[in-house]
Design a protein around this ligand. Sequence first.
Ligand code: ZN
Ligand code: ZN
Length: 140
Amino acid sequence: MRFYTEDISTYLKEHGVKPSYQRLKIFQYIMENNNHPTVDTIYRALCHEIPTLSKTTVYNTLNLFIEQKIANVIVIEENETRYDLVMGTHGHFKCVECGKLLDIDLDINYDSCEELDGCDITEKHIYLKGICCDCKGKRN
Ligand SMILES: [Zn+2]
Ligand SMILES: [Zn+2]
């Protein structure tokens, strides 16, 4: 997913979000870094550039994105809420050493699960944990 700043503005408008400067910057940050940031990560990255920014603004903006279905919440650890702009079904791999969260192209066919027969699935979360290639390399 790649946008120019004008495109982000249009994209936000199309999804019922008024594209203020702060909202544009927050969306752009998540998109460009693709690092599934937390509120803190976004705040720390942008607070120098936008001195008027507060953690509450970041939090409220992310909630607005979620309401308008242009972002997703990922909770892997109970004390860590991260945000994602990739909306299609995909899994996540978290490195327990560096904390990096990677997207995995993973779509399981739940129709073949007997246990789910007759159930409606409303959310899918696939989380894997382990040690990423970079960290493995450093160990050896
Ligand atoms: Zn790692
Ligand atoms: Zn993701």
